[in-house]
Design a protein around this ligand. Structure first.
Ligand SMILES: Cc1ncc(COP(=O)(O)O)c(C=O)c1O
Length: 379
């Protein structure tokens, strides 16, 4: 069994994908161009965001979004310590300082009460951060209404790290259309993945769109005319062509993921004293980029080892929160500073999840999990 079976997906769309790729090869236009323009239009209409800017990766999408917000040395940007490294890495790359806010244990996303307390404290000290990068982790949006309201009352920008949440909704609106800017990733294992690296930025703001189009091409506004500092952050045409095929099937895949997630949760019910299934609050739909459970009583690693020995792949997203990573040691955080993120790192376990997973495989996964608990915990 594969954790994410991309080969099954390719087999299902093979003719369409092969045709789309060979069209790009025959066109001789490999970077940006018509395929990218069309993908941008289609994803803008899919999310409802007015503008979409195709870029080289989710990391580029985050980096360029922060560049468009003018982040630089001396600035502080708030994010969560329970995310993939790229979220905070880009803050540091721009010479700014990541400031972490702990997560809400039920959603794994930024805790808005703690965010409010931090902002009030910083206001009292006379030093406010410039922006917030909430992460919509595992495919579930962060509480964007609350975050946007706090941001606007303190005068901060918001960039949604939507690298795991394209296809999710929050109070009837799509992830990537909830904040001033949003960044998503098309890394192959993402809900909408390409055949390499790719990403997209979304915004409502025309001026930001113009500056981002320039920034993804070395700040170029006309051939060899550079008005702003940029990077090589372009997406290539083959990735766009693959994504356009997959986007046509994406709504069906999202429904399949949601059905499979519900199955998992039902199968897990008898284990509820030992295992917590993910919760999707009212008003939210998750795209289940990961189906991540919590295993209580310090048993996670032993359970994972047992499942892996039975041929069931699992993953840990993420085993060490960012405030404890060596690369961020100079920020001065230590163990105990973000106890929910630390606890989550010790308890979470992601189970195989992709739109082509079979129900019989889910039974096998939960069977192995149950056997592991029986063996280790004697339940
Ligand atoms: C939450 C989060 N942020 C940022 C990224 C970076 O995206 P990419 O790998 O496309 O650069 C990822 C992807 O792994 C992610 O999951």
């Amino acid at each position: 069994m594969e954790f994410i079976d991309l080969k099954r997906q390719y087999q299902a769309y093979r003719d369409e994908i092969d045709r789309a790729i060979s069209q790009v090869i025959r066109s001789g236009r490999f970077v940006l161009g018509q395929e990218v323009n069309r993908l941008e239009e289609e994803l803008s209409s899919f999310t409802g965001a007015r503008h979409a800017i195709g870029v080289g990766s989710g990391t580029d999408a985050l980096l360029l979004s922060l560049m468009a917000e003018g982040v630089g040395p001396g600035h502080e940007v708030i994010t969560t310590p329970f995310t993939f490294i790229a979220t905070a890495e880009v803050i540091l790359l721009l010479g700014a300082r990541p400031v972490f806010v702990d997560i809400d244990p039920s959603s794994f996303n930024m805790d808005v009460k703690r965010l409010k307390a931090l902002l009030e404290m910083r206001q009292g000290q006379g030093k406010l951060p410039v922006g917030i990068v909430p992460v919509s982790l595992y495919g579930l949006c962060a509480d964007m209404d609350e975050i946007n309201a706090l941001a606007s009352s303190f005068g901060l920008f918001v960039v949604e790290d939507a690298c795991q949440s394209l296809g999710a909704t929050y109070k009837g609106s799509s992830s990537c259309n909830l904040t001033g800017l949003a960044a998503t990733s098309f890394f192959p294992s993402k809900p909408l993945g390409c055949f390499g690296d790719g990403g997209m930025i979304f915004t409502q703001d025309r001026d930001k769109k113009e500056v981002l189009f320039a920034m993804r091409e070395h700040g170029q506004t006309a051939r060899y005319r550079h008005e702003v500092l940029g990077i090589n952050g372009r997406i290539d045409a083959i990735q766009a062509a693959v994504l356009r095929v997959k986007l046509r099937h994406f709504p069906d895949e999202i429904r399949a993921r949601q059905r499979l997630a519900n199955n998992y949760s039902e199968l897990l019910y008898p284990l509820k004293d030992h295992v917590l299934a993910p919760v999707t609050p009212d008003g939210y739909t998750s795209v289940y980029a990961q189906y991540t459970i919590r295993i209580k009583d310090g048993l996670r690693d032993e359970v994972a080892r047992y499942m892996n020995s039975r041929g069931i792949p699992t993953a840990i997203h993420y085993p060490l929160p960012l405030h404890l990573q060596k690369v961020f040691a100079h920020l001065g955080y230590g163990p105990g500073d973000f106890s929910e993120a630390e606890k989550a790192s010790e308890q979470v376990l992601s189970l195989p999840m992709h739109a082509f997973l079979q129900e019989s495989e889910q039974v096998q996964v939960i069977g192995a999990l149950t056997d592991a608990l029986k063996k280790i915990k004697k339940i």
